[in-house]
Every structure is written in structure tokens, then in C-alpha cells.
Design a protein around this ligand. Structure first.
Ligand code: AMP
Ligand code: ZN
Length: 310
């Protein structure tokens, strides 16, 4: 197996692209792919402050590494959701990585704000921890970035994540989401920051290989609450198709983006300001504040319970 670029011994075969590459050319392939996504979708504007959401996992650490190498001025942000036996190790790994890269790491702790972790909140409200966690993370990322003057939040969503989301949106015929799914989610309100996904065209396997070749030590553990998540099944389906027909995954996503205008989208909801926090919402109170209010109602002695437990 020879490298398609230089003829040296190849170390990886990319069936989706019908090429084999040596280590150096593979690393360049990844950097070029991200740079192309950034240019094509105009993800960044010169001079803007960029906040990278780092979970300690392979995608967000690879993303940070790549953006730094491409010369973007990036800072990291870790959200501690208070998941016992998981969040602490993830934070340590993210912290060590950012320190090595001499980059600032901003921290947020849900326990500091609410005196409870996401799993406790979910169980008290009888909600699935995963959907609650996703909603809370999105809110916290936006609020933090906006308050600290960042114009963009970057996440490590990869091709497998985006493919699974697309499949889910198609199965449920979510026309509104289909019209909006993109590596670039523009800021549509003065209190919303732009969200971008520069890894959207790189597969999970390509990112994994990138981390291995660069020697990036990432948090390998899966969140204990993610078991059985629908997105895992959707990824398995896409991987089966990819196995039998290499390139299916990237074609599925890329051709969707090219033809996205066939989904007209829904009339935009009228935006209001949350009566508690002031961030945009379609209701009186945003979902985040509503969850916290409900949790506090159901847990009047919350502070004392937490203190006794410690
Ligand atoms: P996930 O939904 O866990 O696949 O995460 C998608 C992306 O969200 C990651 O690549 C990160 O950029 C970001 N992210 C997830 N969890 C956290 C966290 N605890 N703190 C900061 N960013 C996160
Ligand atoms: Zn609110």
C-alpha cells in the first residue's frame, strides 16, 4: 500500500476517498479538509474571538489542535455538568491538553450555579439526562461566550454526528431542522453567538487516526448516560452502509448540503427575552431557566441535602 501523494509506505487507507496516505500526508489531508470547510462555509471572519468547546474527547481536542495549527486565535471552554466519575477526569484531560498548548481554558460548573449535577436534575424532573444535558450545554455555551465577548462557539461535531442528526431529522421529517442543519449556524439575535462545526466533513475514524498519529491523549470514556442513545444506532446504520458502499456517509451529508434549499424551512418564531435571564426564547421563560425553576421548586432543601452529602 503506497501513499497516493508521495509514493512512500502508506499507513492509512481512506476507502471513502479511494486513497491511501502516509502519516505526513494524512495529517495534511485532515488540516486541508478543515481549512476547506472553514473557507467554503465562511465559518470565521478575520480577527474574531473564537471559543472552542472542549469536552476532553477526541473530536474537540483534535479540533483545538487543528485550529491552532491553522493559526486561529482559539481559547477553550469546559462545562462541568457534575457527572460523577466522568466530568472530573474529562476536565483534567482538557486542562492538561490546553496547558500543554499554552492556551486559556475557561471553566463553568453546573454544581456551582445549581448545587446539583445534570443527572440529579434529570431524575428529579423525570427527564432523560441526555436531552437535558444537550439543551443545557447549548444554553451555557451561548451565555458564556456572549458574556465574555466571544463571537463564535466552535464544537467538535464530526461527519458521523452530522450524518446521524441528518438521518434522524429525515426519519422524523423535521423540515425546520433540515433547513437549518449546517456547519454554520449564524447568530440570528444580538444575544446569540454564531455556532460552527469545522470537523463536519471528517469521519470519526479519520479524527481518531489524527489523534493517534499526533499523540493526542484524549478522554476515552463514554458518558455513562449515553448508553442506548438513538444517535448510536443511527451511526451504526450509516457505518453499515459505509462498509458496503464506501463514501456513502460523506455523500449523504455533502449532497444534502448542496441541495438543502429544497427544504424551505418554517416561518421564524417570534423571539422574546426570557423573563429571568434575558436570553432569547420563544416562550416567557427559556428552557434552561424553566428547568432550574422547576428543579428548585421540587428541591426546597437542595442546599442542605448537598451539604450533608459532602
Ligand atoms: P457530544 O454531543 O458529546 O458528541 O459533543 C459534541 C461537541 O460538544 C464536542 O465535540 C465538544 O465540542 C462539545 N462538548 C461536549 N461536551 C462538552 C463539555 N462538557 N464541555 C465543553 N464542550 C463540550
Ligand atoms: Zn432564561
Amino acid at each position: 500500500m503506497k501513499c497516493k501523494k508521495c509514493g512512500e509506505k502508506a499507513v492509512i487507507r481512506l476507502r471513502a476517498h479511494n486513497i491511501s496516505l502516509c502519516k505526513d500526508d494524512f495529517l495534511s489531508f485532515v488540516l486541508n479538509s478543515v481549512q476547506r470547510t472553514i473557507k467554503k462555509y465562511k465559518l470565521f471572519v478575520p480577527g474574531e474571538k473564537i471559543l472552542v468547546a472542549v469536552s476532553g474527547g477526541k473530536d474537540s481536542l483534535a479540533l483545538f489542535d487543528i485550529l491552532q495549527r491553522l493559526g486561529y486565535p482559539v481559547e477553550g471552554f469546559y462545562i462541568d455538568l457534575g457527572i460523577d466519575g466522568f466530568s472530573q477526569r474529562a476536565q483534567e484531560i482538557a486542562g492538561e491538553f490546553l496547558a500543554e498548548r499554552k492556551a486559556p481554558l475557561h471553566l463553568y460548573s453546573l454544581r456551582e450555579e445549581v448545587r446539583a449535577g445534570v443527572a440529579q436534575i434529570a431524575s428529579r424532573l423525570k427527564r432523560s439526562p441526555c436531552s437535558l444535558c444537550g439543551m443545557m450545554r447549548r444554553y451555557i455555551m451561548n451565555r458564556f461566550a456572549w458574556e465574555k465577548g466571544f463571537s463564535t462557539v466552535v464544537t467538535g461535531h464530526n461527519l458521523d454526528d452530522e450524518g446521524a442528526t441528518l438521518l434522524g431529522n429525515l426519519i422524523n421529517w423535521q423540515v425546520g431542522y433540515l433547513a437549518r442543519q449546517s456547519p454554520l449556524l449564524p447568530a440570528t439575535h444580538p444575544r446569540l453567538v454564531k455556532k460552527v462545526k469545522p470537523l463536519a466533513r471528517l469521519s470519526e475514524r479519520e479524527i481518531l487516526a489524527y489523534c493517534l498519529f499526533r499523540g493526542i491523549a484524549y478522554h476515552e470514556e463514554r458518558c455513562p448516560h449515553s448508553k442506548g442513545a438513538t444517535s448510536i444506532k443511527q451511526k451504526e446504520v450509516l457505518n453499515l452502509l459505509e462498509y458496503h458502499s464506501p463514501g456513502s456517509k460523506i455523500r449523504f451529508y455533502q449532497e444534502f448540503l448542496k441541495n438543502q434549499e429544497v427544504f424551505p424551512g418554517l416561518e421564524p418564531h417570534e423571539m422574546r427575552e426570557c423573563t429571568v435571564c434575558g436570553f432569547p426564547t420563544t416562550r416567557d421563560m427559556c428552557q434552561f431557566c424553566a428547568i432550574l425553576e422547576r428543579f428548585r421548586e421540587l428541591t426546597p432543601l437542595q442546599g442542605q441535602i448537598e451539604e450533608r452529602k459532602d
